[in-house]
Structures are given as structure tokens and as C-alpha cells.
Write a protein that binds this ligand. Structure first.
Ligand SMILES: Nc1ncnc2c1ncn2[C@@H]1O[C@H](COP(=O)(O)OP(=O)(O)O)[C@@H](O)[C@H]1O
Ligand SMILES: [Mg+2]
Length: 349
């Protein structure tokens, strides 16, 4: 399929709004120019016309005037607890097709406790948890130390550091005070799952392709990170873990992880692409627990987990990007037909 007019929509770190007194990792989730250039190159390589646009509040007018066939959306959004769904909402209002998950899924997965409630409803394993709106609320007696403290609505390890694992009341209260104060949002306190860190990528829709699981081996990371995949490792020390793909797992484990990942993708209403993060509980015979579902997984060449997973089965970065686009096109048959017709015209002229 070729010759579509594609709006490539992202939020670049260099375009992030400047505010005072913000946490150092405020814009950690946003993309680099390098990533966006690589995605644009991949789409152009497949014959499409690509225009990059920053996904900010001025986007609406530019989209309206742009006459695009489809948007390739990787916007993380700038502000608010449904920020990942802002650009898809604009696209919905304008009737422009787009790649990836829609408004409800993006808002839901950014709210980790809500997403966990939906996973639990579907019988999918996710660590037991409690939400703290303020640091002094009593701890649910069904939870036991060690516990894990993280923000309810962040990604890329924001608010996650070597102190996120808490072993007693004092550590819990201290981390809750810091987290709620620094990030201005409620804290999600989960049962701490000690064990291997595995992530599983998915591509497609009705036919869902499970990529080989990737293990993030944190054993060589600085000890102060506490064996956790912290924000510092993700943003500042991405070369310190070992990314092992395919992970050393038995066929049965791979199948179970795949089934759980597919179950989570469907339960949360993901489309085209997602990555599901797991911990395997070493104290429960490596029982897998779903930590979260990422419907906007990183797509940076040579950096992002999903890109490593695709490469492990011989899919290059440009192929991965076009697989995401093609998964979306299957959902918009009129668009796929148009692209096909233009391909035929180009061949005969
Ligand atoms: N309940 C938990 N038990 C053990 N480790 C956890 C738990 N929750 C998160 N972590 C650690 O923190 C990392 C980031 O957590 P995650 O919920 O995936 O947030 P993010 O959106 O920042 O990736 C995980 O990859 C894992 O290393
Ligand atoms: Mg994660």
C-alpha cells in the first residue's frame, strides 16, 4: 500500500511547554527528533507522504486544513490525567483515521488503578493494590510488606526509584509523602513482586501477533536503583540493563505470557500495537503478574523494548512501523482500498 498522506503526530521533548519548579523527569515520556525522523523515514520508504506535526493545542486547526488520509499517532500529551487521549479526541472530532488505540483505552491505561480493576474483572493477574490520595490513610490489612509505591498516572519510570520498594510503615509513609508531594497525584501501592522482568509486544487486531518476550536484566545496573527498572535507568542509563530477546523461557511460559498479553490487550480495548509489562514472582514458581499495559510503547530505534522484540524475529524498524500502519489500515477498509488503487495506477502509468 502506498501514497497515503500521513500526519505523523508526536510530542517532542524540545517542544515541551516550559514551566518552573517541575520535577527533573517532567517530560521523560516525550519523543526525540531522532525517533520521529526514523518513523517518518520508514513511512516514506513505503511510498507515503509524511508531514510531522507537534501534538499541541494548535494541532486541531492544522489537522483541519491538512487533508490527511490518516494520522500516525504517538502523542503522549502535555497535561492532565487523560493527556494521551487528547490528540485522538481531536482526530475523532475531525473524522481523521489514526493508528493505535482510541480515546477510552488511552485514558484508561494511563490510570493504572482503573486499568488494574478492568484486568482483575477479566481474571487477569495483577498485583493486589491500594490507592492513597494522601500519605496518612490506613494501609489495607490484606496487603503485606514489602510493597511497591508508584504514581497512579505516569510512565517511563517517572516517580519510580530505588526507594519505591518499602519494607515497613516508616518507609511507606516517607515514600508516599515524597511521591504525592512531588507528582501532585495519588499513589498506587502494590504488592511487591520479586523476580524477573519481562515485557511482551503485540501487533494487529483480530489477528494478533505476539512478539517474542524480552527480559530486562537489571543485575548490572547501579545498586542504588535497587533492582528496579527505575526512571533513571529508563531515561539516563538505558545502556545499563541487558535486554535479552527472546528471553530464556520455556515454551509453556512463552505461551502463558502470550495468552495473558492478548487477554490484557483485548480487555483494555487496545488497537494495532501495545506492550504488556510483567513481573514473574520468584516466590510463586515464576507466576506472571501484569504490571501495566502500554498502548503507546516507545518506538525508538536501538532503544525501545518493542523495537528489540521486532528485531529478534527479523523485523526491522521500518517494517515494524509499517506493520503498525497496516494494522490500522485493516480497520479502515476504504482507506486501504484507496492506497491499493493508487499502487495499481502507479504501476500501469
Ligand atoms: N508491584 C511491583 N513489584 C515489583 N516491581 C514493580 C512493581 N511495580 C513496578 N515495578 C517496577 O517498576 C518498573 C516500572 O513500573 P511500571 O508500572 O511498569 O511503570 P512505568 O509506566 O513507569 O513503566 C517495573 O518495570 C518494575 O521494575
Ligand atoms: Mg512499565
Amino acid at each position: 500500500m502506498s501514497d497515503l498522506r500521513i500526519a505523523l503526530l508526536a510530542n517532542l521533548k524540545i517542544n515541551a511547554p516550559q514551566g518552573r519548579e517541575e520535577p527533573r523527569d517532567r517530560w521523560a515520556e516525550l519523543d526525540s527528533e531522532r525517533t520521529v525522523e526514523a518513523i517518518a523515514a520508514a513511512l516514506r520508504q513505503a511510498g507515503h507522504k509524511v508531514t510531522f506535526m507537534e501534538g499541541d493545542e494548535s494541532l486541531y486547526g492544522r489537522l483541519e486544513r491538512g487533508h490527511f488520509d490518516i494520522a500516525f499517532n504517538i502523542c503522549e500529551g502535555h497535561r492532565g490525567d487523560s493527556r494521551e487521549s487528547h490528540v485522538p479526541a481531536m482526530l475523532e472530532m475531525l473524522g481523521i483515521p489514526y493508528t493505535g488505540s482510541k480515546v477510552l483505552c488511552l485514558a484508561l491505561t494511563l490510570d493504572k488503578p482503573m486499568a488494574k480493576r478492568v484486568l482483575a474483572f477479566h481474571g487477569l493477574p495483577t498485583p493486589a493494590f491500594q490507592v492513597f490520595d494522601n500519605p496518612d490513610e490506613p494501609l489495607d490489612p490484606s496487603l503485606s510488606y514489602p510493597l511497591f509505591v508508584k504514581p497512579v498516572g505516569e510512565g517511563t519510570g517517572r516517580g519510580i526509584n530505588g526507594n519505591s520498594v518499602v519494607r515497613d510503615e516508616q518507609e511507606l509513609r516517607c515514600q508516599l509523602r515524597w511521591l504525592i508531594g512531588t507528582y501532585g497525584q495519588a499513589a498506587l501501592v502494590e504488592q511487591f513482586i520479586e523476580g524477573r522482568e519481562i515485557t511482551v509486544g503485540l501487533l494487529g487486531n483480530e489477528r494478533l501477533h505476539v512478539l517474542p518476550p524480552l527480559e530486562v536484566d537489571l543485575s548490572r545496573c547501579p545498586p542504588e536503583e535497587g533492582g528496579i527498572y527505575t526512571g533513571r535507568i529508563k531515561s539516563e542509563l538505558p545502556d545499563s540493563p541487558l535486554y535479552v530477546c527472546p528471553a530464556a523461557l520455556t515454551e509453556t511460559q512463552v505461551q502463558e505470557l502470550g495468552q495473558l498479553a492478548v487477554g490484557a490487550f483485548r480487555a483494555l480495548g487496545c488497537l494495532d500495537v501495545a506492550r504488556v509489562d510483567f513481573k514473574l514472582d520468584a516466590h510463586e514458581g515464576d507466576k506472571p503478574y501484569i504490571l501495566e499495559v502500554n498502548p503507546l510503547p516507545g518506538l525508538s530505534p536501538g532503544v525501545s523494548d518493542l523495537v528489540f522484540e521486532a528485531e529478534a524475529e527479523g523485523m526491522s524498524h521500518p517494517e515494524l512501523i509499517n506493520a503498525i500502519l497496516n494494522a490500522a489500515l485493516e480497520r479502515y477498509p476504504e482507506l486501504a482500498k484507496k492506497a491499493q488503487a493508487e499502487l495499481v495506477l502507479a504501476a500501469v502509468s
